[in-house]
Design a protein around this ligand. Structure first.
Ligand code: MLC
Ligand code: AMP
Length: 476
């Protein structure tokens, strides 16, 4: 089956809507097929992934052409953008017509996405399911982000498994305001509805009002990160219209970070709805989900999807057969939803695998009925903030480039809204020392704004062990 079967038999049903602009499946097919013809022969393309209709058309065109697409966060700082472009080396960058691109992208030929097309160009032959479809950059604990190469087969298998888990059909209308350069908003949130032939109403950017308006209208499902549900919980407690809109949804689905038990309960109390959680990673796509008909227990992400093989292993890599909701192991996954490897990084790919299983780095318990409960990560240097995964090392390196920083450690501290907030512990140099605002702007210049420190502590020295490694636990 084709990755996007509906392109072969388009209907007049609404496909996607961004604000006031929308296209039907027929219109999408016409513009995407025309653009796909212009892409064919390209080795790889970057897509300037603003939350717009043009991004959607560009993505569909690249998939139709069988050209791997690199979605680029338009808010990346110079350092990260240079890295993504140098590492992925795209032949073209696809943008909406009026975008001004930053310096580091000027050398890459640009193709403007045109929403007008004449005729009805044929759809190109379906590419090999094992061929790369997307390259999505994700942070690790050290070094710059790595490009996760996802084959078409993984996208198809994951969307189909989620559709089965949630009874997700062409009759559903999905609403969300997620960014289109990560798995959550792009693969689940955009390619999901397109593969199923259902509609997506994208909010442009997340807002409580927009979400409530859509759910009070035709939207049946909501995707969001826990920060969004935290804000919705607060609003629903204050405003009966928000509570009522959330209460009408067929499914409220949360992922990318842990939804706190407190926020889960607040939403139940205000709206009568239990949020459905699911768990995954860029490399494995979504691997666990509470089923539409399943018990929605706070703090759990449900059992593995039908397509996914999942095991827990102990510190020695031995498989844990036990399911007592208590014994803790690292999650390893296998099956058709897995990535092909990290772009240009066979070393990192090999390190991530264990006998053909992908090592997630997430630790969990398993209940007798197979529900996973995530209890943390192996790497404490990976910060989860607003549903984004952020490597502490990346921010430390950026801060050390500031002349007013002699030493620095970055930690994630609990935050009621973001889950964790990025905190920098700085041994300052220079007189006067740099202000917190200066350091924040410095990070925003090099990296994406969501990686900026939300708090800067000045300390006379960092606590270190005999090896000279910073004892981060003591800072907290
Ligand atoms: C803030 N901004 C700045 C800035 N300070 N821009 C430039 N310079 C500065 N100094 C910008 C931000 O980029 C943001 O824009 C806006 O101003 C508000 O800043 P913020 O406070 O950082 O954003 P906030 O409102 O807190 O955003 C919360 C949020 C966001 C929940 C809406 O964190 C979000 O969209 N999270 C989704 C993350 C996600 O999709 N993760 C999926 C990973 S895939 P803007 O435009 O950004 O709003 C994955 C797999 C899986 O994990 O399982 O799903
Ligand atoms: P990323 O690599 O950006 O795709 O982020 C994946 C990480 O997000 C996982 O390794 C988990 O740590 C975290 N994550 C995703 N979904 C959940 C969830 N439902 N609960 C807790 N953590 C989650």
């Amino acid at each position: 089956m084709a990755l996007l079967p509906i392109l072969h038999q388009p209907t007049d049903a609404e496909a996607v809507r961004f604000g006031q602009r929308s296209v039907t499946y027929w219109e999408l097919r016409v513009v995407a097929a025309a653009l796909a013809r212009q892409l064919s022969g390209a080795r790889r393309v970057a897509i300037w992934a603003q939350p717009t209709l043009e991004t959607c058309v560009a993505m569909v065109a690249a998939l139709a052409a069988g050209v791997p697409a690199v979605p680029v966060n338009p808010k990346l700082g110079t350092r990260e953008l240079q890295h993504v472009i140098a590492d992925s080396n795209p032949d073209l960058v696809l943008t909406a017509p009026h975008v001004t691109l930053p310096e580091s992208l000027r050398a890459v030929p640009r193709l403007r996405v045109d929403l007008q097309a004449d005729g009805v160009p044929a759809i190109l032959a379906e590419p090999d399911p094992e061929s790369p479809a997307l390259i999505i950059y994700t942070s690790g604990t050290t070094g710059p982000p790595k490009g996760v190469v996802l084959p078409r087969r993984a996208l198809a298998a994951d969307i189909d498994a989620l559709a089965a888990a949630w009874g997700w059909t062409a009759q559903d209308v999905l609403v969300h305001g997620l960014p289109l350069f990560h798995v959550h908003g792009l693969v689940l949130g955009m390619l999901g509805p397109l593969r199923l032939g259902s509609a997506l109403h994208h909010l442009g950017s997340f807002s409580v009002d927009g979400t409530a308006r859509e759910l009070a209208g035709s939207a049946t499902m909501l995707f969001g990160v826990p920060t969004m549900y935290h804000r919705l919980a607060e609003a629903a407690e204050q405003d009966r219209r928000v509570a009522g809109a959330l209460g009408r949804a067929r499914l409220l689905i949360s992922g990318s970070a842990a939804l706190s038990v407190a926020d889960h309960r607040r939403i139940v109390a205000a709206t009568g709805q239990h949020v459905v959680q699911r768990y995954g990673m860029t490399e494995s796509l979504i691997t666990c989900a509470v089923r539409a008909e399943g018990q929605r227990r706070p703090g759990t992400v449900g059992p593995p999807l039908d397509a996914v093989a999942l095991r827990l292993v102990d510190d020695h890599g031995e498989i844990l057969e036990i399911s007592d909701d208590d014994t803790v192991g690292e999650i390893e996954v296998a099956g058709p939803t897995l990535f092909l490897g990290y772009l240009n990084r066979p070393d990192a790919t090999a390190e991530a695998m264990h006998d053909g299983w992908f090592r997630t780095g997430d630790v969990a318990t398993r209940s007798p009925d197979g529900y996973l409960r995530l209890i943390g990560r192996r790497a404490t240097d990976l910060i989860s903030s607003g549903g984004y995964k952020i490597g502490a090392g990346e921010i430390e390196e950026a801060l050390l480039e500031h002349p007013g920083v002699a030493e620095v450690a970055v930690t994630g501290e609990p935050d009621p809204d973001l889950g964790e907030r990025v905190v920098a512990w700085v041994v300052a140099a220079g007189d006067p020392p740099p202000t917190a605002e200066e350091l924040t702007e410095h990070v925003v210049g090099l990296l994406a704004p969501h990686k900026r420190p939300r708090l800067v502590h000045y300390v006379p020295a960092l606590p270190r062990n005999e090896m000279g490694k910073v004892r981060k636990a003591e800072l907290r």
